[in-house]
Design a protein around this ligand. Structure first.
Ligand code: HAM
Length: 451
């Protein structure tokens, strides 16, 4: 007879032949409890503020991102998952949500909807980033956009909503709101020239990335995290001295709204964001200890984005946060979310006739909001009770040959080890009482309406 114990050990010590690719991960049930909680908060807060949910496809034509995010940004030049379909068309897994939402706004003529159009999303995104803490190749973002109107009060509303969500998740105090304005594209162009002049002759002190960015995307030199680059950036001419009056006034107005709502912010003249479509307002939530590293979220105004996608001049403003980073911070702060997966009842049975009774009983229990699981295999009652213990259920219903014959069932209190016999048709009502009305899982998606 083969040595079963030895075989099991071999299997345990073997590395599974397939692992997930680097930089992506499974969301296991425990983390899904966090995902579910965050989604609920986002849905609730967005609904309250008049946002409606949108889902754009996982991939778009590459142009949608290339034209809008900026060819010289890290996202486009290094991080996009680009592939060709069978007809040779270039497609890209979405690295962010805003460009796709704007493509959809134009395609579905949302200009005809009441303006502004407020939309939110909770979606996976893809960036071929170097995997490290807080940086993944597939990651989830929650985001929201207000498109169709240009007003500093809308930027304030986006910031307020972002902050409210961080508060609801219990982690608002971990972050500071970093705020800046990068002005209109014209003002930025003039400032870019000033920056290039400032850095001329200093190239040798720059990191390799910055040396390259000096010709392609000089603004990014301002938020480089390398020590030498940071020192040079601190001494660089300030963007605010080259901004247009309209942007300065807009920024002052935004700050007055934030003050009114008692939202603290840090004015950060070096904050530029990593995507090209921004104009005027930019902001990020930075970890108070780690700074820009692993910002939890960021956003800003993108008044030129619609035109880049071939649409009419249409302003917009928005924000997105990384769900993995939110969850990591909730865990660091030891914030627990409601555990909705815990079971109430385990149904154990012995014999075919008992099993026949179990299936409708389990359906009835579930319909009454009692979360129920059953061992419908052939195991001995003792094994089934062992399983019930592993599931940590408070109650087990036992039905054996005697119970079938007498039309009864045994209800066992697992913590106390006590049990009682009840009439089979009373099992549900007895259990409901024991579990308590308020603990039942009575969620209803709502009534169906027939027109
Ligand atoms: P973003 O700053 O590129 O902005 O990304 C927003 C957030 O997504 C980041 O702050 C971070 O939490 C998360 N994130 C980004 N890349 C990764 C990654 N590789 N792994 C894990 N998390 C990541 C945007 O995407 C803009 N679309 C935001 C926006 C919306 N602007 C206006 N509307």
């Amino acid at each position: 007879m083969p040595d079963q114990k030895n075989d099991d050990e071999v299997v345990q010590n073997m590395k599974p032949p397939y692992q997930n690719p680097k930089g992506v991960h499974d969301i296991l049930p425990e983390d899904h409890e966090y995902h579910t909680f965050i989604k609920k908060v986002v849905r609730h807060r967005c609904r309250q503020a008049g946002f409606r949910r949108i889902t754009t496809p996982i991939f778009e034509f590459t142009d949608v991102f290339q034209r809008t995010l900026g060819a010289d940004t890290d996202v486009v030049s290094k991080e996009m998952y680009v592939f060709q379909d069978k007809k040779g068309r270039s497609l890209t897994l979405k690295p962010e949500g805003t460009a796709g939402v704007m493509r959809s706004y134009i395609q579905h003529n949302m200009r005809e909807w009441p303006q502004p159009v407020a939309l939110y999303y909770i979606e996976p995104h893809f960036r071929y980033d170097r995997p490290q803490k807080g940086r993944y190749r597939q990651f989830w973002q929650l985001g929201f956009e207000i498109i169709g109107e240009c007003d500093a009060a809308l930027d304030a509303q986006i910031i307020q909503l972002s902050r409210q969500i961080l508060k609801d998740l219990g982690i608002a105090d971990v972050f500071t709101l970093q705020l800046n304005t990068i002005g209109t594209p014209e003002a930025r162009k003039a400032y870019t020239q000033v920056l290039q002049d400032y850095y001329a002759g200093k190239e040798r002190s720059l990191c390799e990335d910055c040396r390259y960015r000096l010709t392609t995307n000089p603004l990014r030199l301002l938020d480089c995290k390398q020590e030498d680059c940071r020192i040079l950036a601190e001494l660089a001419p300030k963007m605010k001295d080259y901004l247009d009056k309209e942007s300065v006034d807009f920024h002052e107005e935004l700050k007055s709204y934030l003050d009114e709502m008692e939202i603290d912010y840090v004015e950060n003249p070096r904050l530029v964001r990593g995507l090209d479509y921004y104009a005027k307002t930019v902001f990020e939530f930075w970890d108070k200890n780690e700074g820009a590293q692993n910002a939890i979220g960021g956003g800003g105004r993108y008044d030129g984005l619609c035109e880049l996608l071939g649409g009419p001049k249409t302003p917009g403003t928005g924000f997105a946060a990384g769900m993995e980073r939110l969850i990591a911070n909730m865990k660091i702060k030891k914030i627990k979310v409601p555990k909705k997966d815990d079971l109430h009842v385990f149904v154990a049975q012995l014999g075919l006739e008992a099993k026949k009774k179990c299936l409708p009983l389990m359906e009835e229990l579930r319909n009454e909001g009692i979360k129920t699981m059953g061992a419908l295999g052939k195991g001995a009652i003792r094994d089934q009770l062992g399983l019930a213990n592993k599931f940590k259920v408070p109650y087990t219903v036992l039905i054996g040959i005697t119970e079938v014959r007498e039309g009864t069932a045994i209800i066992r209190n697992m913590a106390k080890g006590t049990q009682e016999t009840v009439q089979f048709d009373k099992v549900t009502s007895v259990l409901k009482k024991k579990i308590g009305e308020k603990n039942l899982d009575k969620y209803s998606p709502g009534e169906l309406l027939y027109s």
